[in-house]
Design a protein. Structure first.
Length: 485
């Protein structure tokens, strides 16, 4: 079977190579290397060692994944005629994707593989950075860095920061987790005679530094408490402390039932911020909504029933399951296709048991929003007016019946008929593509703004409200309208 031997060139110069690896390299009839950009190869060339690199492949692709895939396939093709000796920088099993590709092919029985040593860049880098890895560290790839993978409470080593473009990408991802002034170490050729260590502030990471394929960035952990406030784990810790015996008496007393009203209130306050287009307020209010979710999850954990991980796992699984057109091979070209598929999947999740058409329609929503959801579901089943004229006629009918009951002095009947009026108005709004809850919220805010204008005029006069007639107050109201309130 095709056989490939992979050896590591170490992290720096020839003096770092183990004797056995050095002998194998100098005795090789044919040596293939991923890249010729390594100090060991320069020194071996001086001793007469020849090799063939795959550097030209880098010029043929825009993505490293494609580069490594082609190198892997070429190695397999070469091994079909004779055993291959393949050398990579550092240690073969540390930050070396081509070797991982070869390992996968070995599992698939396409090749046999031997991996031999070579000092990785980690040992000398631990020394250069000056920390004990037993404290915990992350090794991340600078060419594929995403902020979500970074734990700012640990030491972080980022390899393959070989040029200014990569350094810029790394900087931008790190700045999502760390302060701009956070000091990092840029380490090149760690442990070799050419070792260079520079300390820079994070925002300077891509500012004119000499970088190479032997460059790594060391990011020390955050230390200030407030620097962790953007981490989900920190929020979970804070909520847990608040509910603990040493926490807050009010938070400890809360139950799912006692917290219900706050979730509703905070949700509406967020919606108001959206209506005002106030980004800062949206951030603040959405944080309050998240707080309620976290409190409910902590109550569930304290009671031993569920925790926030169960909540996240459930919604993640649901989103993947109900979006097969994104995460599987189903197709959905329009939003309507998505909605139909969503309902079908929900039906299947319930075991295919038929449910009443209006079962749970708008359940738990305020009455105005529930009316909208009820009518929407009924309309989807075909129970709807043909056009808006019919909806308006129904409203006029209900309005007339309400007026009649008011004239009769029948309070219970007036209450019922006024409910019918509101329900009919919701139907009218639906025909005009207006979400009634949003419209009423806007009207509420408009009234508040205009009334506050009137209030300011009254306060400026030094007189109380009762000193003004309704006509005088209405003049203030008209001025508020003219001011665009």
């Amino acid at each position: 079977m095709n056989h490939i031997t992979v050896i590591g060139l170490g992290a720096g110069d020839l003096n770092q190579l183990p004797l056995g690896i050095y002998k194998k390299l100098t005795a090789a009839d044919k040596l293939y290397v991923r890249t010729a950009e390594h100090p060991v190869l320069n020194e071996l060339s001086a001793e007469g060692v020849t090799y063939e690199s795959f550097d030209q492949i880098y010029e043929s692709h825009d993505r490293f994944e494609d580069v490594y895939a082609e190198i892997t396939e070429k190695l397999v093709q070469l091994a079909e005629s004779a055993p291959v000796l393949y050398a990579v920088p550092g240690h073969p099993l540390v930050a070396e994707q081509t070797v991982q590709n070869l390992l996968a092919l070995e599992k698939a029985n396409r090749i046999t593989l031997t991996i031999e040593g070579g000092q990785s860049f980690l040992d000398p880098l631990f020394t250069a950075a000056g920390f004990d890895p037993v404290d915990g560290f992350q090794l991340l790839d600078g060419t594929a860095l995403v902020s979500e993978s970074i734990n700012p409470g640990q030491h972080v080593i980022i390899g393959q920061v070989y040029d200014s473009m990569t350094a810029s990408d790394v900087k931008l991802e790190l700045m999502k987790k760390y302060p701009d002034e956070h000091v990092v170490k840029v380490v090149t050729a760690a442990g070799s005679k050419a070792e260079e260590i520079r300390e820079v502030k994070l925002y300077e990471l891509d500012h004119g530094l000499a970088l190479s394929n032997l460059t790594s960035v060391y990011v020390p952990p955050l230390e200030k408490e407030e620097d962790f406030y953007g981490e989900f784990s920190k929020l979970r810790e804070i909520i847990s402390i608040l509910r603990s015996p040493v926490g807050c008496p009010w938070d400890r007393e809360q139950t799912h039932e006692s917290l219900k009203r706050y979730l509703i209130e905070e949700t509406y306050e967020f919606l108001e911020a959206v209506d005002r287009g106030d980004i800062d307020e949206m951030i603040d209010e959405l944080g309050d909504v998240l707080l309620q979710v976290m409190l409910h999850a902590q109550v569930g954990e304290d009671d031993g029933y569920f925790n926030i991980r169960d909540v996240i796992q459930g919604v993640s699984a649901k989103m993947v399951r109900r979006h097969p057109h994104v995460f599987a091979d189903a197709e959905a070209e329009t939003a309507e296709d998505v909605t139909d598929a969503w309902q079908q999947i929900k039906h299947e999740e319930k075991g295919g048991v038929p449910s009443r058409l209006l079962e749970n329609a708008g359940s738990g929503l305020p009455a105005l929003m529930q009316a909208y959801e009820i009518q929407k579901k009924a309309a989807k089943a075909g129970f709807d007016w043909d056009d808006q004229t019919d909806a308006w006629d129904k409203f006029e009918e209900e309005w007339q019946e309400f007026q009649e009951e008011v004239a009769n002095g029948d309070k219970p009947a007036s209450l019922r008929e006024f409910g019918d009026v509101l329900f009919a108005l919701v139907n009218v709004s639906r025909f005009h593509g207006i979400y009634p809850e949003e419209a009423l919220t806007m009207a509420n805010q408009k009234f508040i703004s205009r009334f506050q204008f009137v209030e300011d005029r009254v306060n400026e006069s030094g007189k109380p409200f009762k000193a003004f007639s309704l006509g005088e107050l209405d003049e203030f109201w008209k001025k508020a309208k003219k001011h665009g309130l």
